[in-house]
Design a protein around this ligand. Structure first.
Ligand code: GDP
Length: 301
């Protein structure tokens, strides 16, 4: 199903390129004039098709491998407790001693129908021992590559430097949720400190479990999405790479078209898109253009 869609887009681009080339190369033949505007709708549709395909790549990754999720926060905010609350059993070591979770732990859980691979990271802070320092580095790396970062804050304490770092981390990540933990205690954390974070903010108590369901629902909503038929999911990273290359080229072509660029400039970009898609389907764009010209137009006969 994926190659069929790619093939359709390729064939439409081929129509456009061969029409243009035929007009340029055979000016004396009776070929319908090439009007760039007539292809704007087609290019827009092709752009949307490729965008939809690329979105299935993320969905495919979610279905196959699960959502990688890092739980981040300074020591003692309750990361391990939260992980345990989510998993419903004791896998991570829960302790009141800061810095005990030296390394990262990974657990899989199905949260609201979505497979989530949770990593409890070592507390973000300036570590004194070498082992701890490495743990902190790994935590930052885990958060940097995760599809979702849960930034945990201790609602019963004032904001500290480590929290500011967590905040920067969740602001810079692809998708994030801020958890204000220890809601069973009086809140001291000034909420306005989370300014600049636009994702969901959830108050909960990892200790009592109150509010954990709300966090799970939020995660489910973020990743569940519409089910996609298995055959239409893009699973291959190389394919996804070529498709995004084609998509970028079509987006540039549309931009150029809107700003009134010359037809040959727009065509150069669509040919770049064809080359990217051709690399996936084993086609040679140049040769195909020539063939299509002879198929469609009565030229050189
Ligand atoms: P981590 O260092 O971020 O992993 O934090 P822990 O999960 O080890 O928790 C640090 C301390 O905070 C422990 O004493 C926990 O029992 C306590 N704690 C964690 N969550 C809550 C909560 O929701 N309410 C209260 N009152 N204490 C909590």
């Amino acid at each position: 199903a994926v190659s069929r869609r790619i093939g359709q887009v390729y064939s439409r681009l081929l129509d456009m390129a061969s029409h243009f080339d035929a007009v340029v190369d055979w000016p004396d033949e009776d070929i319908e004039e090439f009007e760039l505007e007539n292809y704007e709708r087609q290019l827009t549709e092709d752009r949307d098709t490729l965008r939809t395909l690329l979105r299935t790549f993320e969905r495919g990754r979610v279905m196959k491998d699960g959502v990688t999720c890092a739980i981040a926060g300074r020591p003692n905010v309750g990361k391990s407790s939260l992980m345990n609350a989510i998993l419903g059993f004791d896998r991570a070591i829960v302790t009141s001693e800061p810095g005990t979770t030296r390394d990262t732990l990974e657990e899989r859980a199905v949260i609201s129908g979505v497979l989530v691979r949770l990593t409890d990271t070592a507390g973000i802070r300036d570590a004194d021992s070498e082992a701890e320092r490495q743990g902190v580095e790994r935590a930052r790396a885990a958060a940097g590559s995760a599809m979702l970062v849960i930034g945990v804050f201790d609602g019963s304490a004032e904001l500290e430097d480590g929290d500011r770092e967590t905040l920067a981390l969740i602001r810079g990540s692809e998708r994030a949720v801020a958890v204000i933990n220890k809601s069973d205690l009086p809140q001291k954390l000034p909420e306005k400190e989370l300014q600049g974070f636009f994702g969901p903010v959830i108050h909960l108590s990892a200790r009592s479990g109150e509010g954990v369901d709300k966090l799970c629902d939020t995660i489910g909503e973020m990743f569940r999405g519409e089910p996609v038929p298995a055959g239409e999911v893009l699973t291959n990273a190389r394919q996804a790479g070529e498709i995004s290359r084609a998509l970028e080229a079509i987006e540039s072509a549309l931009e150029a078209l809107e700003t009134g660029a010359a037809a040959d400039a727009v065509l150069t970009m669509t040919e770049e898109a064809m080359a990217a898609l051709g690399a996936l389907t084993g086609k040679n764009a140049r040769q195909d253009v020539v063939d299509r010209i002879f198929e469609r137009f009565c030229v050189g006969k």
